[in-house]
Design a protein around this ligand. Structure first.
Ligand SMILES: Cc1cc2nc3c(=O)[nH]c(=O)nc-3n(C[C@H](O)[C@H](O)[C@H](O)COP(=O)(O)O)c2cc1C
Length: 207
C-alpha cells in the first residue's frame, strides 16, 4: 500500500495557518488516492530520539564504513525506526511555519535524526549520493511576512534549506506552497490562506 507521510512542525493545532492549507491538500489527496495510507507524524507531540554522544559516535562509525555493534547499535534502534518510517513513504507532506527565517527546531531535530549515512546518503569517489529515489515532497509553509520579492528571498532560509537538505538525500521533486502575509491583518491573511488552499487542492490532484 502506498503511503503519504504528513510531517507536522507547528504546535498550534486548530489555530495553525499552515494546517489550514495542508488540510485542504489532504482532503483533495484522500479523494484522489483512496487506497493510500496517510501517516501523521506530529513532531510537536511525538518523542524524537536525542542525538546523544553514543548516537553521534554511531553516525561517525557509519561515515567511516564501519558497522554498528553492541551498545552503539542498540542506541540506534530508535533512529533506525524513525528512518524506516520516513523511507517507507512514497510522498511527503511537510507542514511547517517559518520560524526566525528558517524552520522550527522540532523539524531540524527530526532531520538531524533521519538524515544518516548508509540509510539516506553515502559518499562515493565522486562525492555525496542521495539514496532515496522516486519520492515526491510537498512543503506547505506559512509566514508572518512576505518573502516573495527578490529582496525578501534574501531572508528566506527556509525554502532553500529544505530544498538543499532533502535534495542531498535524493528528494528533488519538491513543490512549495508558501502562505505569506499572515501578520498583515485579518483580511490579507484570509485572502492568502484561501489562495494557498486553492493551489494545494490543485497540487493534490496532480500527484
Ligand atoms: C518562534 C516564531 C518565530 C517566527 N519567526 C518568523 C519569521 O522569521 N518570519 C516570519 O515571516 N514569520 C515568523 N513567525 C510567524 C509565523 O511564521 C506565522 O505566524 C505562521 O503563520 C505560523 O504558522 P502556524 O499558525 O501554522 O504555526 C514566527 C512565529 C514564531 C512563533
Amino acid at each position: 500500500m502506498k503511503k503519504l507521510l504528513h510531517i507536522i512542525a507547528t504546535p498550534r493545532g486548530d489555530a495553525s495557518s499552515t494546517l489550514k492549507v495542508s488540510g485542504a491538500f489532504l482532503v483533495a489527496f484522500r479523494q484522489k488516492h483512496q487506497g493510500w495510507t496517510v501517516d501523521e507524524l506530529d513532531l510537536t507531540k511525538e518523542e524524537i530520539p536525542s542525538m546523544t554522544v553514543k548516537r553521534v559516535d554511531g553516525k561517525y562509525a557509519l561515515l567511516n564504513g564501519k558497522d554498528l555493534s553492541g551498545e552503539m547499535k542498540e542506541s540506534w534502534n530508535e533512529i533506525v525506526s524513525q528512518i524506516e518510517r520516513f523511507t517507507s513513504a512514497d510522498v511527503y507532506l511537510i507542514s511547517v511555519p517559518m520560524w526566525n527565517f528558517s524552520i522550527p527546531y522540532t523539524l531540524k531535530h527530526y532531520m538531524d535524526v533521519i538524515i544518516q549515512p548508509r540509510y539516506l546518503f553515502r559518499y562515493t569517489a565522486n562525492g555525496p549520493e542521495g539514496l532515496l529515489k522516486d519520492k515526491k515532497m510537498v512543503v506547505i509553509t506559512s509566514r508572518g511576512g512576505d518573502y516573495s520579492s527578490a529582496e525578501g528571498k534574501k531572508m528566506d532560509f527556509q525554502e532553500p534549506y529544505l530544498r538543499s537538505a532533502f535534495g542531498f538525500v535524493g528528494i528533488t521533486d519538491i513543490t512549495f506552497i508558501n502562505a505569506e502575509q499572515m501578520a498583515y491583518g485579518e483580511e490579507l491573511q484570509k485572502k492568502s490562506i484561501i489562495a494557498s488552499q486553492e493551489k494545494a487542492r490543485t497540487l493534490a490532484t496532480q500527484i
